[in-house]
Design a protein around this ligand. Structure first.
Ligand code: GNR
Ligand code: NI
Length: 171
């Protein structure tokens, strides 16, 4: 097991569009180890989701666990949203934009098709926080961050605040 470094805004690598995973590779030990390392990194952070893009792996998959007890690990490989309904507003944060929180409007309910960690195709209807998290992680796979939903002025304020946080951490 290993903790992986998490890329932080405005690192241009976070803008990479991830490519699909070959489903035949999912059960290979190297891929399974990467999933375990991503869960360890997410739990340690701590976070409720982690997209491969955030650890500089530009392939379409993510890990999620929204449970209080951290005992409900979920893997979504090659996720696709088949259907959406309604809107919800949630105050989001991101491990790649540490210490920043902002309201984002997303679909309230989604149906997602994906491959699980056994390499099996699945379909899931999700709502609430799970739906928010799946949509947030899928944005990462397309090189998109939640701060992209803010005005350019607010995003610039976020960039400056993070730069200042880093200067103070280094001093
Ligand atoms: O840990 C996280 N919390 C969170 C809260 C509200 C909406 C989305 C998230 S995902 C985030 C972890 C992360 O950055 N995943 O990419
Ligand atoms: Ni994020």
């Amino acid at each position: 097991m290993a903790l992986l470094p998490i890329l932080e805004f405005p690192d241009p690598r976070l803008r990479t569009k991830a490519v699909p995973v070959d489903p035949a590779r999912v059960t290979e030990p190297a891929f399974q180890t990467l999933l375990d390392d991503m869960f360890e990194t997410m739990y340690e952070a701590p976070g409720i989701g982690l997209a491969a893009s955030q650890v500089d792996v530009h392939q379409r998959f993510m890990v999620i666990d929204i449970s209080e007890e951290k005992n409900d690990p979920r893997v979504f490989i090659n996720p696709e949203i088949l259907d959406r309904a309604g809107d919800q507003v949630y105050q989001e944060g991101c491990l790649s934009v540490p210490g920043i929180y902002a309201d984002v409007t997303r679909s309230n309910e989604i149906t997602v098709r994906f491959v699980d960690r056994q390499g099996q195709a699945q379909e899931l209807r999700a709502d609430g926080l799970l739906a928010v998290c799946i949509q947030h992680e899928m944005d990462h796979l397309d090189g998109k961050l939640f701060v992209d939903y803010l005005s350019p002025l607010k995003r610039e304020m976020v960039r400056k605040k993070l730069a200042k946080q880093r200067r103070q951490a280094a001093a």
